[in-house]
Design a protein around this ligand. Structure first.
Ligand code: V4E
Length: 243
């Protein structure tokens, strides 16, 4: 519905010691290294994450990832094995659209249930910090009872891999999170409404060139974080088949 939406198609993989060498062999080019902190928000009842909606502030920039229409349809249907290794999320980066989407998703369920977890658990406004302030005041987080549930930093090494005849390059990220977890990601970013099938095939080809076996879904940073620090939340998401 707007130009600040795009779809991220991604396959995660287990990062082993020879991945750098493999990337070099297949002609991937390192485009930089960076470090960032992510802060994820939900209401205490987990209404967002239980709907597979992920609200994050990364270095002062807000982003909402939510399932695409196709994913919602496929969830009830049988999906192919190759497809089940991939995730597709719509990414929204405009704050007014994020707020509108959060309201729509929760039906404002998060709001108006007595004191927020912040008040309840004595969380301080500093826990929310500049993300919310840069986002134009704390009121929307407070009003929707959104509080941080996961905070971690990541060191990322990014590569691009051009393919002949392909309009969009593939990107490979190698992530090292500060709680002792590493993961690789092969991803293609599509403009909203962009063709999905070529992106899926591009990711599959890259996985093969990297020699990834791909029998099963690889957990991401959030799986590892929640399993370690928020086991109850993690269990709820497993039961709801979100993770
Ligand atoms: C979508 C999602 C989460 C949000 C974070 O997504 P992810 O791409 O894993 O993180 P990151 O740091 O690589 O973001 P980027 O820099 O690419 O924007 S947290 C959990 N999910 C859902 C999810 C899922 N169900 N299955 C898999 C394999 N990954 C994520």
């Amino acid at each position: 519905c707007s130009d600040v939406m795009r779809v991220e198609v991604e396959r995660k993989f287990v990062c082993n010691s020879d991945v750098h060498e493999k990337l070099r062999e297949i002609g991937a080019v390192c485009v930089g290294q960076c470090e960032f902190e992510d802060k994820y928000f939900d209401c205490p009842e987990h209404h967002l994450t239980l709907r597979d909606v992920w609200l994050r502030c990364r270095q002062g920039s807000w982003e909402l990832k939510c399932p695409t229409q196709e994913d919602r349809q496929e969830r009830g249907e049988q999906e192919s094995h190759a497809r089940s290794l991939l995730t597709r999320y719509r990414e929204i980066t405009s704050l007014p659209e994020i707020i509108a989407k959060v309201r729509e998703v929760t039906g404002e369920e998060c709001a108006g249930h007595g004191p927020s977890r912040m008040e309840d658990e004595g969380m301080r406004m500093e826990d929310v910090d500049e993300c919310s302030l840069r986002g134009g005041a704390l009121s929307w987080l407070n009003e929707l009872h959104l509080v941080p549930f996961a905070v971690f930093s990541t060191k990322r090494c990014s590569f691009t891999l051009a393919e002949e005849g392909q309009q969009h390059g593939v990107r490979v990220d190698l992530d090292q999170a500060d709680f002792g977890f590493c993961v690789g990601e092969i991803e293609v970013l599509l403009p909203d409404g962009g063709e999905m099938q070529p992106a899926l095939e591009q990711i599959e080809r890259t996985a093969q060139r990297l020699g990834l076996s791909g029998e099963k879904r690889v957990p991401g940073k959030m799986d590892a974080y929640l399993q370690k620090y928020c086991p109850e939340h993690y269990k709820k998401l497993l039961n709801a088949k979100i993770l």
